[in-house]
Design a protein around this ligand. Structure first.
Ligand code: SAM
Length: 298
């Protein structure tokens, strides 16, 4: 079974990028009256404690989201997409200083906040422990049949739902890439989904690490989108160099995840401009060295 547990990574810089983009997409998609179905193919546990053992052990949140809410960290005025994201996370916490942030919402709870009564959310989570936590967390919402939790393989499970009845959907695909084959499975999922439902909005998160499969993934997604004549938008955020480090004893030390990207097919037309305002502000606070950068391409 997998060892990846998102609780170690919740609220890190990759979550900041992913969730800012996710929220901006949803804000746009929920402006139209027609019902929307949102699929989260790799949902995680839904809610995370920032003061719990997992987060404390990895300390990734303190280099990610928690930096953004430190006093005077951000300039004014805030980019609207960033302000929206910060307000949404704040709404899960009791007001107070930045130290009072104890809860971080994962993608299922961010999505749920934006749903209207007519919209639906389908969450796939394969890990038995995370799937149980997800069910318990979602149960508190008493959302009834609006939210379905499927303890299934998200890559495979998505197929049976496309196209959705109202022909309006967002698919978030956010694997852990713990298994090397995840990269190829993402490409297969997008290729298959575009055949079944070419007008859906697809948002794929990926790590930017020195590994051939990771390097090729955005290129392969671009090729798929171009072949299908679909618009796409790429957004990347790098907070530090990916070079291996050496400790005092001469041992090689992995630097931790240096960068990640979101690749969106059929993005809302407002998304690029929204991110062009938000990403420089995020970068200024999260950068750890001179290799930090963001990029937007379409
Ligand atoms: N999307 C979540 C968020 O933004 O809050 C984080 C998800 S985490 C990066 C990836 C999750 O996918 C893990 O919880 C892992 O257990 C789960 N997972 C791994 N392989 C899966 C598969 N084939 N189908 C569904 N879930 C899977």
């Amino acid at each position: 079974m997998f060892s990846y547990r998102h609780a170690f990574h919740a609220a890190n810089h990759a979550d900041v990028l992913k969730h800012t983009v996710l929220l901006a997409i949803l804000r746009h998609l929920t402006q139209k009256d027609t019902a929307l179905t949102v699929f989260d193919t790799h949902a995680g546990a839904g809610l995370y404690r920032l003061d719990g053992d997992f987060a404390q052990t990895s300390a990734e949140a303190s280099e990610g989201f928690l930096r953004l809410v430190a006093p005077d960290a951000l300039p004014q005025p805030l980019a609207p997409a960033l302000q929206d994201y910060l307000e949404l996370v704040a709404s899960f916490n009791t007001p107070g200083s930045h130290k009072s942030y104890k809860i971080y919402p994962g993608s299922p709870f961010i999505i749920q906040r934006l749903l209207r009564e007519r919209d639906k959310l389908k969450l796939f989570e394969l890990h038995p422990t995370d799937s149980k936590s997800l069910s318990a967390n979602i149960a508190q919402l008493e959302a009834g049949r609006q939210i379905a939790i499927l303890r299934e393989d998200g890559f495979e499970g998505l197929k049976k739902f496309l196209p959705p009845p109202t022909r309006r959907a967002l698919v978030l695909c956010d694997p852990s890439y713990e298994i090397k084959t995840d990269y190829a499975r993402v490409v297969d999922l997008v290729a298959d989904s575009l055949q079944r439902f070419a007008t859906g909005c697809y948002a794929i998160w990926y790590p930017i690490i020195p590994r051939p499969e990771a390097h090729d993934l955005p290129k392969r997604l671009k090729t798929l989108a171009n072949k299908a004549h679909k618009d796409w938008l790429g957004a990347t955020l790098s907070v530090k160099s990916s070079k291996l480090l050496h400790d005092d004893m001469g041992n090689t030390v992995r630097p931790g995840l240096p960068a990640s990207g979101m690749f969106i097919i059929n993005p809302p037309h407002t998304l690029k401009a929204a991110l062009a305002q938000a990403l420089p502000q995020i970068l200024a606070v999260l950068k750890q060295d001179q290799h930090a950068a963001f990029a937007l391409s379409s």
